[in-house]
Design a protein around this ligand. Structure first.
Ligand code: CTP
Ligand code: CA
Length: 240
């Protein structure tokens, strides 16, 4: 279902996009997660499709949004599962395309998911009982893999797009992530602003580009997530 009016800036491209929150189990009935609803990622998946791309959406399994028509969705739980799904899909894509197709920027990887930075060191196999932990309960957490950073390192020919959710010092942190994860562009928003944060229908973003591009930044004023998504696709089109 392609809107005829949409410029086909991603025609022939393949997009893998992560979205929503990961869930990290504590025991069989509990998990750690966050407020991400997946709206921005799902809107971006639809916008990439509208721009002519083949889109795979690797989504947190608790995202309750409908899958955009024509988009392939893979549901995952943990960050480890999300990483494995992204790697599998990327290998599959690269194996199925000819030499020509593995050229620079043929595949676009977009990380919109709110990936849990930590997981429990050990998942309890049985439900944790409060009577066994009268004095309180400590959970030991260990770092999760950074999916975006690892995909960027493993697949240097893919165009890499990141997101950054910040509550302070937005520009510095976003530019730090752009450089540290070797991204082509990063879209960041200030999640302390209730009107545009998690779960809201609107968003406002500033996009920063890698130094190798002529443009340093693009400011996207508050708009619907669908409109922001279309603008982000236009940004990708500019640097492709
Ligand atoms: N990201 C990821 N895997 C992680 C953590 C983050 O793929 N384990 C991706 C997000 O999808 C996003 C970008 O990295 O595109 C930035 O995520 P963010 O949480 O803002 O930054 P972090 O690098 O995790 O740093 P911090 O949370 O400490 O600010
Ligand atoms: Ca994080």
């Amino acid at each position: 279902i392609k809107k005829r009016s949409t410029p086909q800036v991603l025609a022939g491209k393949s997009v893998i996009i992560t979205a929503g929150a990961t869930t990290e189990p504590i025991d069989p009935v509990r998990f750690l997660s966050n407020h991400s609803t997946g709206k921005m990622g799902f809107a971006l998946a639809a916008a990439c499709r509208d721009a002519g791309a083949d889109v795979v959406l690797v989504s947190g399994k608790r995202v309750s949004l409908p899958t955009p028509a024509g988009v392939m969705r893979i549901n995952v739980g943990t960050a480890d599962e999300m990483l494995a799904a992204c790697q599998a899909k990327m290998s599959e894509l690269l194996a199925s395309t000819d030499q020509n197709q593995t050229a620079k920027n043929q595949v676009i990887f977009i990380g919109t998911a709110a990936v849990a930075d930590y997981k429990t060191a050990n998942v309890a196999t049985q439900k944790i009982k409060k009577t066994a932990n009268e004095g309180g309960l400590s959970l030991q957490l260990v770092r999760n893999p950074d999916i975006l950073a690892l995909m960027s390192k493993t697949y240097p020919d893919a165009l890499m797009v990141g997101f950054a959710a910040e509550t302070q010092d937005t520009e510095n942190y976003a530019k730090g992530k752009l450089a540290a994860k070797n991204l082509d562009m990063i879209a960041c928003n200030d999640v302390s602003n209730q009107a545009i944060g998690f779960g809201s229908d609107d968003n406002a973003m500033t996009v920063f580009f890698a130094e190798r591009y002529q443009k340093a930044r693009t400011v996207l004023p508050q708009a619907s997530k669908a409109q922001i998504a279309a603008s982000l696709v236009a940004c990708m089109g500019e640097i492709l």
